[in-house]
Design a protein around this ligand. Structure first.
Ligand SMILES: NC(=O)c1ccc(NC2CCCC2)nc1
Length: 244
């Protein structure tokens, strides 16, 4: 997958994407990230990329033309078509199902705003989709872009060495919260490991993990439980079994 970032700080996002599985994905050519800085396309000796907002008010607004030129340069750098995604609190809330959909694309163009945002005519005229990583305001879209890149990159074939780990991620499998995880030592001052996980009985372990996910989801995020489409036997099972 190819990802092009339009940002005043493209190196910021490239740095974030340089670690762990995403960094390895780049080393292995499963993912390539390219930065395009609107300042490189700004006119005048001050290379202006922002200006004061019409109608007054605090802060600055990113101007159309430097962004538009950077977008054009990014599109021209590769023949593969791509939809332009703008990261902002006004966007569609990002979910794992949207991540899965994005992960299937050949290419992503991510537009990262700064200041108070970008001129609305650029959004209306050039942006194909607006996405939000959550209901809070950041100083720039770069961190949101880094989140999208991480979530999408780990789903690329060959990125996670044990493919199951991605498939087993609760949001992956069924939209539920993840079950608890344990590792050595078995005994610890902070407590012991649930016996079932030491039993080697894989069917029983899978049942226990599923029920833990269900219990946790009901407890912490009942809204997700409703959307998870549980089978009737799981509902009975969830209500019937005592906590172990
Ligand atoms: N919740 C988010 O996904 C998000 C994205 C961008 C942003 N800030 C940017 C948007 C335009 C200027 C700064 N804040 C929050």
């Amino acid at each position: 997958m190819r990802i092009d970032l339009i940002s005043l700080f493209p190196e910021f996002v490239a740095q974030c994407a340089g670690f762990g599985v995403v960094g390895r994905a780049q080393e292995r050519g499963l993912l390539s990230i390219h930065g395009w800085n609107p300042r490189d396309y700004a006119e005048g000796n001050y290379r202006r990329v922002d200006d004061r907002p019409f109608g007054g008010g605090p802060g600055m607004v990113m101007m159309i033309d430097p962004l538009r030129a950077a977008i054009r340069a990014a599109r021209a750098a590769d023949p593969a078509p791509a939809r332009l995604i703008y990261l902002s609190p006004q966007g569609r809330p990002l979910t794992q199902s949207i991540v899965r959909e994005l992960a299937g694309r050949e290419r992503l163009l991510l537009l990262c705003g700064r200041y108070e945002g970008v001129d609305e005519r650029l959004v209306a005229g050039e942006v194909d989709e607006e996405l939000s990583i959550g209901d809070y305001v950041l100083s720039g879209g770069e961190l949101a872009a880094a989140v999208v890149i991480d979530a999408v990159a780990r789903l690329q074939d060959g990125v996670l060495n044990d493919a199951d780990s991605a498939a087993q991620d609760s949001f992956e499998a069924d939209g539920l919260l993840d079950c608890p995880h344990y590792t050595r030592p078995v005994e610890h001052a902070l407590g012991a490991v649930p016996e079932v996980l030491l039993s080697g009985n894989h069917a029983e372990i899978a049942r226990w993990r599923r029920r833990q996910s269900l219990l946790r989801t009901r407890e912490r995020r009942p809204d997700l439980l409703a959307a998870a489409g549980l089978g009737p036997e799981e509902r009975r099972w969830l209500d019937a079994q005592p906590d172990d």
